[in-house]
Design a binder for this molecule. Structure first.
Ligand code: UDP
Length: 236
């Protein structure tokens, strides 16, 4: 029996690069699709939000001279590109998925609404919610918090490169220790930046727990779903 019935999985754009410097690594994409397919086949309802950092980020664009709003729009379009790539990779695994977009762009994807997303989930389809929030100055972490709350997911699963939340950056500080559980208040008090504050606060105020885990270790998603304590749970 899966631990959660309905999940919102957040994947960063950067993780789709694999060992590349830019863009989409086919192998990594295929690995993710395989992991997701296994969970879907076990009966879990899966909503996904993907970032766009492997292609474009508004903030770094602005540092190079782009208008910030245009840059953010480019970033949002990057998330649509990644979502279509995952949509196609899931199809190759025999899994039906639907790309919804926060910005109208039929026929690339249907315009997002909660009702459409929930209907597809209830029909056993994976829903990939793209285009971020549709607004500049937000991140895809905030978009996944928002969509997770809207679709009434039981948890937001944040797939990262690290095993969970540590007292300090484990790549820099060897004495850092991992939390199995941590409250939202402790995240603020310790100034841990697992996500931006907007995203964290949205989850806290709407009681959406976050589970941070390493998505790059094969089988992790399934292990999390079967209740193993691999990562860190952020709770109220
Ligand atoms: N973005 C935005 N509004 C949103 C979500 C994303 O403007 O609601 C833009 C922003 O420029 C961001 C880019 O899309 O830098 C890619 O998203 P993000 O940086 O969150 O991707 P990730 O870090 O997860 O790869």
């Amino acid at each position: 029996m899966a631990k959660y019935k309905r999940i919102l999985l957040k994947l960063s754009g950067e993780s789709l690069m694999g060992d590349q410097q830019y863009g989409i690594d086919q192998q990594r994409l295929g690995d993710y699709a395989e992991e997701i397919a296994a969970v879907v086949k076990s009966g879990v309802q899966v909503g996904i939000v993907i970032g766009g950092g492997n292609i474009f980020r508004g903030l770094s664009g602005a540092a190079k001279g782009f208008d910030r709003v245009k840059g953010d729009q480019m970033g949002m379009l990057a998330t649509v590109i990644n979502s279509l790539a995952l949509n196609s990779a899931l199809l190759a695994q025999g899994i039906k998925s639907k790309v919804l977009t926060a910005i109208r762009m039929e026929p690339v994807g249907e315009y997002y609404s909660k009702d459409k997303a929930v209907e597809a989930l209830e029909n056993g389809e994976v829903v990939i919610i793209s285009g971020g929030t549709g607004n500049p100055y937000f991140t895809t972490d905030t978009a996944s918090a928002l969509r997770g709350i809207e679709i009434e997911a039981n948890v937001m699963l944040k797939g990262t490169r690290v095993d969970g939340i540590y007292t300090a950056d484990p790549e820099k500080d060897k004495t850092a220790t991992k939390f199995d559980k941590i409250s939202f208040d402790e995240i603020y008090n310790r100034k841990l930046r697992i996500m931006d504050l907007t995203a964290t606060t949205l989850c806290k105020e709407n009681n959406l727990p976050i589970y941070v885990f390493n998505m790059d270790k094969k089988g992790s998603l399934q292990r999390v779903m079967s209740g193993e304590d691999l990562g860190t749970l952020v709770h109220s």
